[in-house]
Design a protein around this ligand. Structure first.
Ligand code: PMP
Length: 389
């Protein structure tokens, strides 16, 4: 097993070694580690609903009523009653005929893509798509053509130049997870119509965030024009799980064929009930998504005003590019010592030389603490530029 040792040693030398850290959540935006409290600017808990009293209560009641685990796969005995409520509500929220819940967004992507696409088909996939889309493409055995990030001229060229006897699928992240930019869905839909391709959008970072929380299709006014809308229950929806929303036939087909749906034990009732409660809150309280949006622009404006290289955008994912992996790690450590948790994103998640701090804002942050964080981040980056590290 020497190769394990070699790999781990090399990862350490290249600043690419990773380990899990057990942060104890205090509330939606603070964690405790070794007795000290830190401000979280790294979570995907976009609306802070993990700690909302109604969401917590829904999870507690589900455990009390249905027990701690589902005890079976979806197609055997694991589909407890809250599943139908959540799937119905998700379909209504996304404006589709039906929706189906998977055990996580990763499984939704690999299960859906590999069920829909096969050897005769061609997938057109943005180069910055999430790993679970990439893995779904690989698993499907379809030909996969990777187009340059959000480059519609390149996508058009790929579509024109790739002969395909089977189905075509264009798949993108609605909001890209590491850059926080939004996919150009209007152009994608136009190209899909021209080349008779199916469209699939991963709204993991747009559900609860864009289009009054309904995702990128609504954000662009493209209701009814995206064939497959996929997302996660683990970010703004404050629980765990993934979903696919689309036509009734699509959902029936996935229930019958998606292997990650069929061959895995269903989610615990508490996760499903919590996601349902979060969804109800998002629909009932538009102020939640509005607060997220105002916090995101507050943070973006503040970082830009402090001279940091913040790329334009409107989402709560705010990357601050720093270059080498070692620099990103040093900065994250410096900020941690100052009480901020911000993740250093390094290869292979992002390309070599494009390591960054990935700041993620929540509706649960208050702007006074965001202000302090902006000052701290700017001071740490400037110190690094001056070479004081
Ligand atoms: N898609 C995207 C764009 C994501 O960012 C993520 C999670 N980081 C997933 C899918 C996977 O979702 P989950 O965490 O529910 O597996």
């Amino acid at each position: 097993m020497d190769f394990l040792q070699d790999y781990l040693l090399a990862a350490r030398q290249k600043n690419l070694y990773r380990q899990t850290i057990a942060y104890e959540p205090v509330d939606a935006t603070h964690v405790r580690l070794d007795g000290q409290i830190y401000l979280l600017l790294a979570a995907n808990n976009y609306l802070g609903l993990t700690h909302h009293p109604r969401v917590r209560q829904a999870a507690i009641e589900a455990v009390a009523n249905y027990g701690s685990g589902s005890g079976g796969a979806r197609l055997t005995t694991g589909t407890h009653p809250v599943y139908s409520s959540l799937e119905g509500r998700l379909a209504a929220f996304k404006g589709t005929e039906a929706a189906v819940v998977f055990n996580c967004g990763y499984m939704a992507n690999i299960g859906t893509i590999s069920a829909l696409m096969g050897r005769a088909d061609t997938i057109f996939s943005d180069e910055l798509n999430h790993a679970s889309i990439i893995d779904g493409c690989r698993l499907s055995k379809a030909r996969t053509v990777v187009f340059r990030h959000s480059d519609m001229a390149h996508l058009a060229q790929c579509l024109a130049e790739t002969p395909c006897s089977g189905q075509r699928l264009i798949v993108v992240d609605g909001v890209f997870s590491m850059d926080g930019d939004i996919a150009p869905l209007e152009e994608i839909v136009k190209l899909a119509k021209k080349y008779d391709a199916l469209t699939m959008v991963d709204d993991a970072h747009s559900t609860g965030v864009l289009g009054q929380g309904r995702g990128t299709a609504v954000h662009f006014g493209l209701e009814g024009q995206i064939d497959i809308q996929l997302g996660t229950l683990s970010k703004a929806l404050a629980a765990e799980g993934g979903y696919v929303a689309g036509s009734r036939q699509l959902v029936e087909y996935l229930v019958n064929t998606a292997r990650s749906f069929i061959f895995s034990t269903a989610l615990a009732p508490a996760a499903v009930a919590a996601a349902l409660a979060a969804l109800e809150l998002i629909e009932a309280e538009p102020a939640l998504t509005e607060k997220l949006s105002s916090n995101s622009s507050f943070m973006r404006r503040g970082l830009s005003a402090a001279g940091l290289p913040v790329v334009g955008g409107i989402t709560p994912i705010i990357p601050v590019g720093v270059g080498p992996a070692g620099t990103a790690v040093k900065l994250a450590e410096e900020l941690r010592q100052g009480g901020l948790i911000i993740t250093a994103i390094r290869p292979p998640t992002v390309p070599e030389g494009e390591s960054r701090l990935r700041i993620a804002v929540s509706a649960a942050h208050d702007q006074a603490e965001l202000s302090l964080a902006i000052d701290q981040i700017a001071a740490a980056v400037n110190k690094l530029k001056r070479g004081d590290h």
